[in-house]
Design a protein around this ligand. Structure first.
Ligand code: GDP
Length: 430
């Protein structure tokens, strides 16, 4: 059975924690898109970890962790991440890397940095991990698949061609030092040595695993609103964040994804530029940021403060719909326990009209939040294991979210740890 775990919002919903928890009953966990530009924070018996490339299931002995073909594979980064787990006492995970994954090169990071500098005030707020240049190259067919490392003659010839093209941009657009084809080629040969032990025909492996009835998790990065097609373009990421892409980025048939667990945050946070309708500012935002997540809402990759906002029912309902959600995990609910009243954005006012349908970017820029307020529960709900024991105001808040997003909330997360989770029966059918 294949299950996808994806985000409904702008990322940082707590997918890592939910994956880590569901991985307990899984055999295989697959990353299918993105790269080291976003991080998952996981807390378990080994300590606190910020994973960027490895899937969140690496902490179990019984799981195989897979980097699918859809991922931007930064090879030294991956090996460092594996090493850092081993150094902290985590048993060496079983890892497979797709022979069709493409390689994120140091020049992708350079181009990302140069382009953000060139755009200056109009920049995307990229994490400068090379993601946009990487995916541009992939679709321009000047990227390098892992499999290409194993044909040195063809590789050398292609490196020369690609470097020639890159150097034109470096010289005339960015005025930066040029690449040396020989050096790039040598670097690739070193990458081959590093990655060779992990390389596999992942699609075939998953095909056989599905036939054998194995439990497979597809772990998404970022959230629906950062999808390049369906998100807040152009302030999006460069690979699809939707569960549907999980099939492509892992190499399995679309119809195999039977369950889509969409992770929804009980309030909003976002990084980078772009419209954020329910955003709050000043002391109100500072307090939520400070109390948010586990030790504050600061980027797992960059450490920069996240932008904060109230729960946005319009954006989340859209995110939940685009993901093809079968069930929802509602996270960070414990964080809201300090509020007397909890505002929620239930509509967008655009040009004097109120809508509940998430618009395209140029209209989104004009949207003003229509807020409704719910009573807070004013207590700490961490440690509660049974849904019935939650304060009534807290259950009412959950019911209100479910009503707005029209998808069954089956899991409620009330703390950062693996077992800080409450199962919930939903009136909506799964
Ligand atoms: P991801 O990229 O979707 O995996 O999200 P991140 O890991 O970037 O952000 C989630 C943050 O919230 C992490 O610091 C988690 O440890 C923390 N977290 C996850 N679920 C909960 C929760 O229910 N309550 C609290 N307080 N923190 C949580």
């Amino acid at each position: 059975m294949v299950k996808a775990i994806v985000g409904a919002n702008w990322g940082d919903e707590g997918k890592g924690k939910i994956t880590d928890m569901l991985a307990e009953e899984s055999d295989i966990i697959v990353r299918f898109q993105g790269g080291s530009n976003a991080g998952h924070t996981i807390i378990n018996e080994y300590g606190k970890f910020a994973l960027h490339l490895l899937p969140s299931g690496v902490f179990y002995n019984h799981t195989t962790s897979i980097i699918g073909n859809g991922v931007a594979l930064n090879i030294p980064y991956l090996l460092n991440e594996i090493k850092s787990l081993e150094e902290r006492g985590v048993p060496t995970p079983k890892i497979l890397v797709s022979d069709r994954a493409q390689i994120l090169m140091p020049y992708h990071v350079d181009f990302d940095t140069y382009e953000e500098a060139r755009l200056a005030g109009k920049s995307f707020g990229s994490t400068k991990s090379g993601i946009a240049p990487f995916y541009s190259d992939k679709y321009a067919k000047i990227g390098f698949q892992v499999s290409e490392l194993f044909d040195e003659v063809a590789l050398k010839e292609k490196v020369e061609r690609v470097v020639e093209y890159k150097n034109i941009l470096l010289e005339h657009l960015y005025h930066k030092p040029l690449l040396d084809a020989e050096e790039v080629f040598k670097l690739m040969l070193s990458y081959k040595e590093m990655i060779a032990p992990y390389v596999a025909d992942v699609s075939l492996y998953l095909h056989n695993a599905i036939k054998e009835g194995k439990n497979i998790l597809l772990e998404g990065q970022l959230g629906a609103l950062k999808d390049p097609d369906h998100g807040i373009y152009p302030m999006v990421t460069s690979s699809s964040t939707l569960a549907a892409y999980g099939a492509i980025g892992a190499g399995i048939p679309a119809a195999e994804i039977k369950d889509v667990v969409t992770v929804v945050k009980a309030y909003s946070s976002a990084v980078g530029a772009g419209a954020f309708v329910s955003e709050i500012f000043g002391d109100e935002a500072d307090e939520l940021r400070r109390r948010g997540g586990d030790g504050g809402e600061f980027g797992a990759t960059t450490g920069r403060p996240r932008r904060m906002g109230w729960f946005d029912a319009v954006a989340t309902r859209y995110g939940v719909r685009m993901q093809g959600t079968t069930e929802v995990a509602l996270t960070v609910l414990d964080v809201l326990g300090y509020l007397d009243e909890i505002p929620m954005c239930v509509g967008y006012e655009i040009d004097g009209k109120v809508t509940k349908d998430f618009p395209t970017t140029h209209l989104l820029e004009k949207a003003k939040p229509v807020l409704k307020t719910m009573p807070g529960w004013k207590c700490d709900i961490r440690g509660i294991k049974n849904y019935d024991e939650l304060p009534q105001a807290c259950k009412d808040y959950i019911d209100a979210i479910e009503e707005e997003i029209q998808a069954p909330i089956t899991l409620v997360s009330n703390g950062p740890k693996r077992h800080d989770i409450i199962k919930r029966e939903s009136k909506l059918k799964k």
